[in-house]
Design a binder for this molecule. Structure first.
Ligand SMILES: Nc1ncnc2c1ncn2[C@@H]1O[C@H](COP(=O)(O)OP(=O)(O)OP(=O)(O)O)[C@@H](O)[C@H]1O
Length: 223
């Protein structure tokens, strides 16, 4: 779905990663791992067109998206991407329903059928909670709202930055199970993570850093 070719990123003299050449495939979950400061979030930012790689190209279904104009990049994010963050990134003083509606309203998509808000909330264990105000929810519940937002939006690509960093094991498994369900509908999922539990539940792992490997993506095979 997204082909990266010879991608590198430097800030001044410092190179974070280089020679990344691989394909992010629809229906699969890719973990980005590597030490703090290795450039995982920066790679997510490049994939989300919030930053630009120093060299190389990114193609989405054949279309070069490496250096889109700000306007086209905005449309791309609106129509193609879903985000998941450690700090949930919700509108705190709005209801759950409002948070979900905002995410889905302007999106133009060819996807045939989208789940309703009620179905999405049911899927994440928050059935009937449409009118709850977000800032009164626990951290785990807030991340469930962020997941429901992805379920109603049905993006082609999900970019997740440490989405389980503030969660207990139960909620971590809920996050991964929901992302897996999205992947099963054809969505590509990329997760920057320090968590070995999350890494091992993905289909493949990219160790982010300056070391050049002939094939940087390692497949995870069941033990
Ligand atoms: N705009 C910028 N200008 C200069 N340096 C930057 C900029 N953005 C990020 N960096 C640096 O790039 C490095 C990689 O940052 P990044 O947040 O991508 O790492 P990370 O692997 O996601 O780290 P962590 O695991 O701690 O979240 C850091 O040293 C950061 O300070």
């Amino acid at each position: 779905m997204i082909d990266l070719n010879g991608l590198s990123k430097s800030f001044g003299p410092r190179t974070l990663w280089q020679d990344l050449t691989f394909t992010i495939e629809a229906g699969r979950m890719l973990a980005l791992t590597g030490p703090s400061g290795s450039g995982k979030s920066t790679l997510l930012n490049c994939l989300g067109l919030l930053d630009t790689p120093t060299t190389g190209t990114m193609r989405h279904q054949g279309q070069d998206i490496t250096r889109l104009s700000p306007r086209k990049a905005r449309f791309y994010r609106r129509d193609t991407l879903g985000y998941l963050f450690q700090n949930y990134a919700l509108i705190d003083n709005a209801t759950i329903a409002d948070n979900l509606s905002v995410a889905v309203k302007p999106v133009r998509t060819n996807r045939r059928s989208r789940p309703t808000l009620a179905q999405a909330l049911h899927q994440v264990g928050l059935a009937g909670r449409e009118n709850d105000i977000v800032h009164r929810l626990s951290g785990g519940e807030q991340q469930r709202v962020a997941l429901a937002r992805l379920i109603v939006k049905q993006p082609a690509l999900v970019l997740a930055d440490e989405p389980t960093g503030a969660l207990d094991l139960d909620n971590t498994h809920m996050v991964i199970a929901t992302l897996r369900a999205l992947a099963d509908t054809g969505c590509a999922v990329v997760i920057a993570t320090h968590d070995p539990t999350v890494r091992d539940l993905c289909d493949s792992v990219l160790q982010v850093g300056t070391t050049t490997h002939p094939n940087p993506v390692k497949e995870i095979t069941a033990a």
